[in-house]
Design a protein around this ligand. Structure first.
Ligand code: NDP
Ligand code: HSE
Length: 445
C-alpha cells in the first residue's frame, strides 16, 4: 500500500491494560513505528493506555497524560479506531469489549479466558456492528496459530490437533526435569519473567491451556466446548518420581491439549492434562516457555509449529500483527478468508458434531502409589488391577526406609478412563495405600 506522507491517515490506538503485554505493545509500536507505518501506509498514534494504579512504577516510560485509570474513557473516545483489550479477566473485559464493538471500533485481544466464556457473544456483537474482533495473541503467544489454522491450512479438516499451550507450565516442567527442583522451587521465577497469569490457578491447574484448546477446537470444528464437559488437569501434583520414571521409560511429561475429531462418527473430543509423551517425538523437545502445536490435516499431513508461548515480546508480536490486520480492515481491505464473524462457515464446520465424554478416553496409563512397606502390599495392589482388567506394562519400586514406605510406579497397557477411575477408587480404600493414587495418561500420536 503506497501513500505519500501528507495523505496518510492517522489510526489511533488505545490500550486497555498497561501490564506485561500492554507495555510490550507500547514499547515495540514506539520503537518500530516508522517501519510499520511504511508497510501499512498509515500513521499510527498510541493515544492512551488504561491502568488500575496510576502511581505504579512502569518499566516502559510513557507521558503521564497518556495514562488513565478509567478504561471506559478510551472505549468512549470517538477518535480511537482500535482498542486493545489487555486487562485480562472476564467481567470488566467483557463490558469494555462489547462497548467498543458497539461503538464500531475494532478490538484486538489476548484474552483467552474471555473468548472461551463469551466468544460466541463477542463474535456476534462484532458481526452485528459491522466491525472486527482479532485475537491472535490469545493462543500460544507469538505463534501465529490462528492465521495458520484459518488461512494457511484452509484446505484441511483436522482429525488431530495436540500440543503444549501453556508457557508457564512448560517452563516449570522443563526446569523440574533439568535441575531436579520441585514445582514450588520454580514458580517464583516464572512469575518474575511475566509468564504467570494474575490468577495463577489458570496456569497451574490447566485452565489457561484449556481456554486455548476451546478456542482452537472452535476454529477447527465450529463447536464451542464448555470447560465443564472437558477433562482438565494441571501440573501441581507432578513430582520428581514421575519425571525420573518417565525418563527411564523413554518419556517426557508435558501438559498437553488434545483435540480429536472422528469424521466417521462425527465425534469431537477436547481435553487438557499432563501426559507422558515419547522423548523421541519433536513435541517432547519443546521446552521452557515455548509452546508447540501439532496439526494433522487431511490434506497437508502433520505440521508442527513451535515458538514462545508467553512473555512480553512474543505476545506483543502477535498483538501488533492483529493491529496490522485491523489497519487493513479500516482501510477497506477485504476480510480474511475466514474470520470470527463468519457464523455460517462455523455453523457448517460444526454441523452434527457430537461431543465425546471424558470417560470415552482410551489410553495407556502411568500410576504412582505411595504405600506402606510391608509384606503382601504389592500382591493386594496387583490383585485390584487384575480384577479391574488393567494389564501392567511395567513396574518399579522406590523404598523410603526412613518412613517405612515405598513408592510404586506402574505403566499399563491400553485401558480407559472409566476403568482407571474405578481402579483408583478401590486402591484409595486400601489401608496400605498412604496418599491418594496419582494417574497420568500416556499419549502416543
Ligand atoms: P498484567 O496483569 O501484567 O496487566 C494487566 C493490566 O491491566 C495492568 O496494567 C493493570 O493495571 C490493568 N488493569 C487491571 N484492571 C484494571 C482496571 N479495572 N482498570 C484499568 N486497568 C486495569 O497482565 P498481562 O499483561 O500479563 O496479561 C494481559 C492479558 O494478556 C490477559 O488476558 C492475559 O491472559 C493475556 N496474555 C498474557 C500473556 C503473558 O505472557 N503475560 C501472553 C498471552 C496472553 P496496573 O498495571 O495498574 O495494575
Ligand atoms: N500465562 C500464559 C502462559 C500466558 O503461561 O502460557 C500466555 O498465554
Amino acid at each position: 500500500m503506497v501513500a505519500n506522507q501528507s495523505s496518510k491517515r492517522t489510526i489511533k490506538i488505545g490500550l486497555l491494560g498497561f501490564g506485561v503485554v500492554g507495555q510490550g505493545v507500547w514499547k515495540h509500536l514506539t520503537a518500530d513505528r516508522s517501519a510499520l507505518e511504511q508497510r501499512l501506509g498509515v500513521k499510527l498514534e498510541l493515544a492512551r493506555a488504561a491502568v488500575s494504579d496510576l502511581s505504579k512504577k512502569r518499566d516502559v516510560r510513557v507521558a503521564k497524560s497518556k495514562l488513565t485509570d478509567d478504561p471506559q474513557t478510551i472505549v468512549d473516545d470517538p477518535s480511537i479506531d482500535i482498542v486493545c483489550e489487555l486487562i485480562g479477566g472476564t467481567k470488566l473485559a467483557r463490558k469494555l469489549t462489547l462497548d467498543a464493538l458497539k461503538a464500531g471500533k475494532i478490538v484486538v485481544s489476548a484474552n483467552k479466558a474471555l473468548i472461551c466464556d463469551y466468544g460466541e457473544e463477542i463474535f456476534a456483537c462484532a458481526r452485528k456492528h459491522g466491525t472486527h474482533y482479532f485475537f491472535e495473541a490469545s493462543v500460544a503467544g507469538g505463534i501465529p496459530i490462528i492465521k495458520t489454522l484459518r488461512e494457511g491450512l484452509v484446505a484441511n479438516r483436522f482429525p488431530l490437533i495436540y500440543g503444549i499451550l501453556n508457557g508457564t507450565s512448560n517452563y516449570i516442567l522443563t526446569r523440574m526435569e533439568r535441575e531436579g527442583l520441585s514445582f514450588e522451587d520454580i514458580v517464583g521465577d516464572a512469575r518474575a519473567l511475566g509468564y504467570v497469569e494474575a490468577d495463577e490457578s489458570l496456569d497451574l491447574d490447566g485452565w489457561d491451556a484449556a481456554h486455548k484448546a476451546v478456542i482452537l477446537a472452535y476454529l477447527a470444528h465450529g463447536r464451542w466446548v464448555k470447560l465443564k464437559d472437558m477433562l482438565v488437569e494441571g501440573i501441581r501434583d507432578i513430582t520428581q518420581h514421575d519425571i525420573t520414571y518417565a525418563r527411564e521409560l523413554g518419556y517426557k511429561i508435558k501438559l498437553l491439549a488434545v483435540i480429536t475429531r472422528d469424521f466417521d462418527s462425527n465425534r469431537l473430543s477436547v481435553r487438557l492434562h499432563p501426559a507422558l509423551i515419547p522423548a523421541r517425538e519433536m513435541m517432547a523437545s519443546v521446552d521452557e516457555v515455548f509452546n508447540g502445536i501439532s496439526l494433522t490435516g487431511d490434506v497437508v499431513g502433520t505440521t508442527l509449529l513451535v515458538g514462545r508461548g508467553a512473555g512480553q515480546d512474543a505476545t506483543a508480536s502477535a498483538v501488533i500483527s492483529d493491529i496490522a490486520d485491523a489497519v487493513h480492515a479500516l482501510l477497506g481491505a477485504p476480510a480474511p478468508i475466514i474470520c470470527e464473524e463468519d457464523a455460517e462457515v462455523y455453523a457448517d464446520l460444526g454441523a452434527g458434531v457430537e461431543l465425546a465424554s471424558p470417560s470415552d478416553i482410551h489410553a495407556s496409563y502411568y500410576l504412582r502409589l505411595r504405600v506402606k512397606d510391608q509384606p503382601g502390599v504389592l500382591a493386594k495392589i496387583t490383585e485390584v488391577l487384575s480384577e479391574q482388567g488393567v494389564s501392567i506394562a511395567s513396574m518399579i519400586q522406590h523404598e523410603e526406609l526412613s518412613s517405612r514406605s515405598a513408592t510404586l510406579l506402574f505403566t499399563t497397557h491400553e485401558s480407559n478412563e472409566h476403568v482407571m477411575g474405578e481402579t483408583l477408587k478401590r486402591l484409595k480404600k486400601l489401608k496400605t495405600v498412604i496418599d491418594a493414587p496419582f494417574l497420568l495418561r500416556i499419549f502416543e500420536s
